[in-house]
Ligand binder design. Structure first.
Ligand SMILES: Cc1cc2nc3c(=O)[nH]c(=O)nc-3n(C[C@H](O)[C@H](O)[C@H](O)COP(=O)(O)O)c2cc1C
Length: 246
């Protein structure tokens, strides 16, 4: 999460235990790919993409809308030793959307496809993307996005089912996660409004998702991951077992 999940925070979470996969703050592909031209690490890389060995497995998240720039930036992330490369199609912030990044791309699926195919060809590490359900309730694209990601050879997807127009208002409609899950075979990571271990289990049971992702609760309750792990420890085998750390 931008402004939250820097290397210090990530190590804090990792050391508390229970969290399977950690992700960087979203990072500008332009800022990263500038390092290729400069032939030395840029401030963007030092600020956003530095990590310590104990953070593995760790995913680098990029945003942007230029396929070649994104591919260059993805190669840089691979060379830095990240385990996974992720593209953000969810950020609702004006500054990002105006440049066609984040959730702005949910209105241009042909460009999303070009981005995904270009990056897939450029790197060998696992590749994922995270997106919102669509621009608005009238323009929902989570099923198309899920299928596109699968067709383009991505290893998994993460869905925050609010729309761009919704911002953070109202509730995350988990039935949209279920719809994406039903449409593809690749793992689907559900996200949105998980505050307690019970919420995490309920999301898996209601949507069939393969894992859950936690955002805001991590900053108010960084123990949430180990709380989920402990909660699952006492439970008999069932769908919630997929919540065990990857
Ligand atoms: C301050 C803040 C920064 C965020 N930064 C990112 C980000 O960099 N990348 C990303 O994929 N999502 C980002 N998000 C969205 C969250 O990851 C998550 O999708 C959203 O908050 C819903 O999940 P939650 O209810 O678990 O928080 C951010 C959210 C907040 C509030």
């Amino acid at each position: 999460m931008a402004g939250v999940t820097d290397t210090v925070f990530r190590r804090f979470i990792r050391n508390l235990g229970g969290c399977g996969l950690i992700m960087t703050e979203f990072t500008s592909s332009h800022g990263v790919s500038a390092a290729v031209r400069a032939k030395k690490p840029t401030r963007t890389i030092e600020r956003y993409l530095s990590f310590e060995p104990e953070e593995h497995p760790i995913s680098a998240q990029l945003f942007g809308s230029d396929p070649e720039i994104m591919a260059n930036a993805a190669r840089v992330c691979q060379d830095l030793g990240f385990d996974i490369l992720d593209i953000n199609f969810g950020c609702p912030v004006n500054k990002v959307v105006k440049c066609n990044g984040g959730s702005g791309l949910l209105r241009d699926l042909p460009l999303v496809e070009t981005l995904l195919r270009t990056v897939r060809k450029a790197i060998a590490i696992p590749f994922t993307c995270k997106f919102r359900a669509g621009w608005s309730d009238q323009e929902l694209v989570m099923v198309e996005m899920a299928r596109l990601a699968e067709d383009c050879g991505l290893q998994a997807i993460a869905l925050h089912p609010r729309t761009r127009e919704q911002g953070y208002a109202g509730k995350a409609d988990w039935s949209r996660i279920a719809a994406a899950k039903a449409a593809v075979k690749i793992p689907v990571i559900g996200n949105g409004d998980i505050v307690t271990p019970e919420d995490a289990v309920r999301m898996v049971e209601e949507t069939g998702c393969d894992a859950v992702m936690i955002g805001r609760t991590a900053s108010s309750n960084p123990w949430i991951f180990q709380q989920i792990r402990r909660y699952l420890g006492d439970r008999p085998l069932h769908a919630a077992d997929t919540l065990r750390p990857l």
